[in-house]
Design a protein around this ligand. Structure first.
Ligand code: G1P
Length: 271
């Protein structure tokens, strides 16, 4: 089973400026609740027992959010407001599951993953990118099922508009192995429209093998000078590690851009 999840949270969030100059984007409320809590709920519902947050000194606000015991206790002592007690219990539950590691230089998602190396216990682990919310259906849960069925690594997949391919990791798929699941032949980080192998994009849910750490330790920076998880995945595919693209059925919301963030609020309020 997959018991551990990692969540890279050290990104600068430039696509959400000016808010992110002082605020951690993952704590911004989406329909009244911080975005990160939707991600935590998805993990818990998928059977995850431990979650590793990769933060930076600039994102200490995230740790404070989960370590605000004194704040809550003082309020509860004065006034036994059931709503406050409920919120406190929820934060406590999350806190017990979360470990923090640090990535103080924003060198890319691959570098963030590498920071968790010594904490990963099992052969496979889950990674969720907090900009990507998937509603109505637990994508992590169906990916875990696909992983168990095919004994493979898995990544979430969605068709995107051809003109937007340079914003995503893009797949070249071979055969279908079961409903919603396809073998990945190739994955390219943010290709140009001309060189993109398809319009099927990587969405931020990954079941990765522990062997990815060997690849990441030796990996040279790629697109934009960053260390990309996509490039390490391609190295593993080249060595015949099996990776599956899972066409998820839930509703995708992109919370990492201002337009997407505004839309996500509206969409979730309608659910
Ligand atoms: C990251 C990945 C990219 C993937 C995307 C999904 O990009 O590098 O392959 O398609 O997440 O949201 P980023 O959003 O960090 O630019």
């Amino acid at each position: 089973m997959i018991k551990q999840a990692i969540i890279p949270l050290a990104g600068l969030g430039t696509r959400l400026l000016p808010l992110t100059s002082v605020f951690a984007k993952e704590l911004l409320p989406i329909n009244g609740k911080p975005g990160i809590e939707y991600i935590l709920e998805e993990c818990i519902d998928a059977g995850i027992k431990e979650i590793i947050f990769i933060i930076s000194k600039k994102k200490m606000m995230i740790k404070k959010y989960f370590y605000s015991d004194t704040f809550y206790k003082n309020i509860i002592k004065k006034k036994k407001d059931p709503k406050v007690i409920e919120e406190y219990k929820k934060i406590q539950k999350y806190k017990k599951m979360i470990k923090f590691v640090y990535q103080n230089k924003p060198k890319g998602t691959g570098d963030a993953v590498l920071k968790t190396k010594k904490f990963i216990k099992d052969k496979y682990f889950l990674m969720l990118l907090p900009d990507d919310l998937i509603m109505n259906h637990n994508c992590s849960k169906s990916m875990i099922s696909a992983h168990l069925k095919h004994k493979s690594s898995v990544m979430a997949s969605m068709k995107v508009k051809k003109k937007t391919v340079s914003r995503w990791g893009i797949y070249n798929l071979t055969k279908k192995v079961s409903k919603h699941n396809f073998i990945i032949k190739e994955v390219v980080e943010k290709p140009s429209i001309k060189s993109a192998p398809s319009n099927k994009a990587v969405i931020g849910r990954y079941i990765l093998p522990k062997t990815i750490f060997n690849k990441l330790s030796n990996q040279k920076p790629g697109k934009g000078g960053e260390i990309h998880i996509t490039d390490a995945i391609q190295s593993l595919i080249n060595e015949n590690e099996s990776f599956i693209a899972h066409n998820f059925t839930g509703k995708y919301l992109d919370c990492g851009t201002m337009n997407g963030f505004i839309k996500s609020n509206i969409e979730i309020s309608k659910l």
